[in-house]
Design a protein around this ligand. Sequence first.
Ligand code: SAH
Length: 223
Amino acid sequence: MVQEQLIPRGINDREVLSAFLKVPRHRFIPFEFINSAYADHPLPIGEEQTISQPYIVALMTQCLELKKGDKVLEIGTGSGYQTAILAELNCSVYSIERFPSLARRAKNILAELGYEVQAVDSGKGGIPTYSGLFNRVKIKVGDGTKGWPEFSPYAKIIVTAAAPSLPPSLFEQLKEGGVMVIPLGNKFSQMLTLVRKIEGKVKSENICGCRFVSLVGEEGWRG
Ligand code: SAH
């Protein structure tokens, strides 16, 4: 995967590549698709959602220009694979998932793999509280379009579902000088967009065309 899919397409950040060598992607994939775990395409993870293609996960990670200790807000925990990559890069990760079943599964796999993970009870019948040792990863069930104000501001924000426009709450919770990557467009195709907060204003750059599942919530798609 790293040799054939990531390096030839321009993923050259050594730390990012080494995180991809360390995180066992197959552990995040439903058993019936295990033989395709490292293949060059997305795969179903249940609830009609998908784990992104390895290259897209790598590209988004590289675009975040992560530094050790960065506080990262992730919207769309999904399988938890991207979460593990961020934790492997020594970031503290705050991740929000809409579906309790996916959040629970992601939390269990991350904990099994030894990441310090805590499920935060959102009080809405979410996942039970689980305390790891250092709580490097926090996961909660909820509408990620509103962000997680309690721990803001974030140095980096990664949105792994497609939004019709930049959710104002997320931009507000981004630190000055911070970076957000988010797919923006319609339900069928989007532009992966890099957004920086410079003097409180949006500065955005297009990265490439992409196709993600929808970001469903108050500041995303309504259903
Ligand atoms: N990063 C994930 C990709 C999962 S797909 C991975 O590596 O597996 C996108 C995820 O975003 C889905 O699990 C979907 O349920 C979730 N999602 C969509 N809208 C959301 C919202 N408003 N808040 C939180 N999660 C959301």
